[in-house]
Design a binder for this molecule. Structure first.
Ligand SMILES: *Cc1c(COP(=O)(O)O)cnc(C)c1O
Length: 399
């Protein structure tokens, strides 16, 4: 019995469309890369500026080969959650490789980082504890915090005075454990969390620190070890969550790396771990190879940084408003959602794939095109992208 719900859903969809907020899928017909084949386009390939393929490993031949070998040797699926009979030796190898890469005692895999963040807070915190979360944190952190019974505190993005006020309030309330939670890199703005200040406050108030380093692990910091390395806080971060779906091969899978007791507790209690399958062995084999490649990829990190600096300089001098920063996430601010969609469409028409982001992904009035640099791009690809933006921006009288 539909009870008229489909008609109701249609009305909601019409309203989303009327607000210019509809999201449409771009369908690729080949592998992810610096240039990709888009379905339904005569022109063939486009330069891709919106993948999280920061080191360009998504279609690396060594990763494909490692996954193919494991597929042939270890089969397709495990047909079980981890603790019954779904743990393959490749899963344990991958967990140890992640822990080693990030300098933690151990790590635990999840089907995604969304699941990792979904399972973390309710497992380690109770209503006697406090979680203090940056207002711009990823949706998976917000949802994970909602699932926990911990007392919730929120601070304005990067506002250290507010963070301190929340720490004081939690302390005054006599709460037992306090956990500060932040994205390492804020995915819509591309700036890095103020980890040295956060760690100093954590020490002053006896709090733990957890970061979600999805947009950093593999490409930021020395050896690609992420924002703790980049900001010099090293092992002062207690818990790190991350993804295998971005820099580290780009397939799927998430993880948490932390001290042994925290990881052991997650293995006993984290619901996405207990009640959901993890990535299959072949993907674990690919991710293992990706970590090995990423650890040794100083050349790719240097090329990525070169692209970031060139694209930023050229776009700024052409008159575009960029969010300041120096990560490979470079948002081109348009503010108006309709104009952002129009600019994206014009840039795509010129052979460069970009995506406009508007409410609810970013606040109202802050619509933007989030561009992302990648070591899969050549310097010529980056120049193609700059020309496309400049042409399209002029055609729409935005610059
Ligand atoms: C992408 C992302 C996630 C989700 O990662 P998946 O592994 O795709 O679920 C979580 N947190 C942040 C900050 C992200 O950017």
């Amino acid at each position: 019995m539909d009870s008229g719900f489909s008609a109701h859903a249609r009305t909601l969809l019409d309203a989303i469309e009327a607000d210019g907020l509809s999201k449409r899928e771009q369908v690729l017909q080949g592998p992810q890369g610096g240039v990709v084949a888009l379905s339904g386009r005569d022109a063939g390939t486009v330069v891709n500026l919106c993948a999280n393929n920061y080191l360009g490993l998504a279609n690396h031949p060594d990763i494909v080969a490692a996954a193919q070998q494991a597929l042939a040797r270890d089969g397709f699926g495990m047909a079980s959650v981890r603790f019954i009979c779904g743990t393959h030796s490749l899963h344990r190898q991958l967990e140890q490789a992640i822990a080693g890469f990030l300098g933690k005692a151990d790590a635990i895999l999840f089907g995604s980082c969304f699941d990792a963040n979904g399972g973390l807070f309710e497992t380690i915190l109770t209503d006697q504890d406090a979680v203090i979360s940056d207002a711009l944190n990823h949706a998976s952190i917000i949802d994970g915090v909602r699932l926990s019974k911990a007392q919730r505190y929120r601070y304005t993005n990067g506002d250290m005075d507010e963070l301190e006020a929340r720490l004081k309030a939690a302390t005054d309330s006599g709460l037992r454990f306090k956990l500060i939670v932040t994205d390492g890199v804020f995915s819509m703005d591309g700036h890095v969390a103020k980890l040295p200040e956060i760690c100093a406050l954590a020490e002053r108030y006896g709090a733990m620190v957890m970061i979600d380093d999805c947009h950093a692990t593999g490409h930021l910091g020395a050896g690609g070890r992420g924002t703790p390395e980049l900001t010099g806080v090293g092992d002062r971060i207690d818990i790190i969550s991350g993804t295998l779906g971005k820099t580290l091969g780009g397939a799927m899978g998430g993880f948490i790396a932390a001290s042994q007791p925290i990881i052991d507790l997650l293995r006993q209690r984290a619901r996405p771990y207990l009640f959901s399958n993890v990535l299959p062995p072949a993907m674990a084999a690919g991710a293992l190879k990706a970590i090995e490649l990423a650890a040794a990829a100083d050349d790719r990190r240097a090329l990525l940084l070169q692209h970031v600096q060139h694209f930023r300089a050229a776009m700024s001098s052409a008159g575009f408003e960029l969010v300041p920063g120096n990560t490979p996430i470079i948002p081109v601010m348009v503010h108006d959602a309709g104009k952002a969609q129009a600019l994206a469409a014009e840039v795509v028409r010129r052979g460069v794939l970009v995506s406009a982001f508007s409410f609810p992904v970013v606040p109202k009035g802050q619509a933007r095109i989030r561009t992302q640099m990648s070591a899969a791009l050549t310097p010529a690809d980056v120049d193609t992208a700059i020309s496309a933006f400049v042409d399209a921006g002029k055609a729409l009288a935005l610059i």
